[in-house]
Design a protein around this ligand. Structure first.
Ligand SMILES: C[S@@+](CC[C@H](N)C(=O)[O-])C[C@H]1O[C@@H](n2cnc3c(N)ncnc32)[C@H](O)[C@@H]1O
Length: 385
């Protein structure tokens, strides 16, 4: 279909004041630049009438802007360089994917989407507090209300799912997930329930060195009747015989268990790694010869510790980058809920590293005279770049 016709149809759906639910513009067309990484559009009822709210997402921040429901303005946005357009309306969805040749591939489907126009819409819950898994793992009470003492954990689960959702491999009907250092398996069960709720068949394995975790978590899985698609094993991350997964997660796995998890993911070619590091002791101990002028930052214990954490995670992200991953470090959940709120999100691209990035990594190692745990585990892979 011609692009113009496809855009006109999308614009008409967006300005439909009774049925439009939301639209997303994302990706970048060949040889075109976009002002934002992604634009989300939804209707919003303000005092001066119905408007369209645009959430303009950039790497580090989102800006919200309300505009009039105006077909020409929408056509302008649709034409501003995005490669994917998704429009949802009350009775279905319409999507356009623009190929490298500039052709529009259209996909239309029927479905029911709920339209909300309230201005301060509460953040949509990804899992209802009454979900049976939340009751079984002890986040919700038997009536399905979040326990006051588990609010932070619930928040963590929700935020984790919000990060997982857009990072999911496209058009996959089946996804395998390994949770390394799963502990009480809040996030392991959450990933399982959420993916299945989205119609993605998930096979999930949680591993933890503690036998008690295996027994407890398998018993919960049995109660929930999901033992065909979720299992728990008592293993050291570095010794697990599991050899593949689409997604590996490791949330607050202690100290260098995080490095074991990243190394496992890299060595088994895992497409998506979601890693929230925990305590860092490895470099703290190695940071003996502090290069000038950094002693200014290491003189005081608390600052030295924070710098050690940052160095550790910087080495981790750089190593992943050098080994063919697109990496970002993002805030996992607000600092008021956990001080361990950094997440490393790494997606395998297979891209060859730039020589200056390799040099930067080597300089940094040399300056600090350290050999990070992750570099030790991936020595062979790093030696091959
Ligand atoms: C702080 S808990 C986090 C649990 C869970 N991921 C969460 O976010 O709720 C860390 C878990 O990692 C496990 N663990 C630590 N080192 C491990 C290793 N080398 N292999 C497997 N599990 C490990 C611990 O037994 C513990 O249950």
């Amino acid at each position: 279909m011609s692009l113009d016709i496809a855009f006109v149809k999308a614009a008409e759906l967006i300005v439909d004041q009774d049925n439009f639910v939301r639209a997303v513009l994302s990706g970048r067309r060949r040889n075109m630049q976009t002002n934002y990484e992604r634009i989300d559009i939804r209707p919003v009822q303000l005092k001066d009438g119905l408007k369209l709210q645009l959430i303009l997402s950039e790497e580090k921040q989102n800006t919200t802007k309300n505009i009039d429901v105006d077909r020409e303005k929408i056509l302008e946005l649709l034409n501003s360089g995005y490669a994917n357009v998704l429009v949802e309306f009350s009775t279905g969805s319409y999507s356009i994917r623009i190929t490298k040749k500039g052709e529009a591939l259209i996909h239309e489907s029927k479905g029911t989407f709920e339209r909300t126009v309230a201005h301060d819409r509460a953040k949509e819950r990804l899992l209802e507090s009454t979900d049976s898994f939340l009751i079984e793992v002890g986040i919700s009470d038997h009536k399905g209300s979040i326990k006051p003492s588990m609010q932070d954990k619930y928040r963590q689960v929700e935020e984790f799912l919000r990060i997982l959702e857009p990072a999911l491999p496209e058009k996959k009907e089946k996804v395998s997930v390994v949770d390394l250092g799963c502990g009480h398996a809040y996030l392991t069960f959450a990933a399982h329930q959420y993916l299945n709720k989205k119609g993605i068949q998930a096979h999930v394995i949680g591993i933890d060195v503690r036998e008690a975790s295996r027994v407890r978590n398998n018993a919960i899985a049995k109660k929930l009747g999901i033992t065909d698609s979720i299992e728990f094993r008592a293993e050291e991350i570095s010794d697990t015989p599991i050899t593949s997964a689409d997604i590996a997660i490791a949330l607050h796995a202690c100290d260098t268990a995080t490095d074991d998890a990243i190394a496992w993911g890299v060595q088994h070619n895992v497409g998506l790694l979601l890693i929230a590091p925990c305590c860092h002791h490895d470099l703290q101990v190695q940071m003996q010869e502090i290069p000038e002028p950094w002693p200014m930052l290491t003189r005081h214990g608390i600052m030295r510790e924070r710098l050690g954490d940052l160095l550790t995670d910087s080495f981790r992200t750089q190593i992943l980058k050098l080994l063919g991953y697109r990496v970002d470090a993002i805030e996992f959940v607000g600092g008021e809920h956990t001080p361990r709120n950094l997440m490393i999100r790494a997606t395998k691209t297979g891209a060859k590293p730039e020589p200056n990035e390799i040099a930067r990594y080597k300089d940094m190692l040399a300056q600090w005279s350290v050999n990070p745990a992750l570099a030790q585990r991936l020595e062979k892979e790093l030696g091959a770049i």
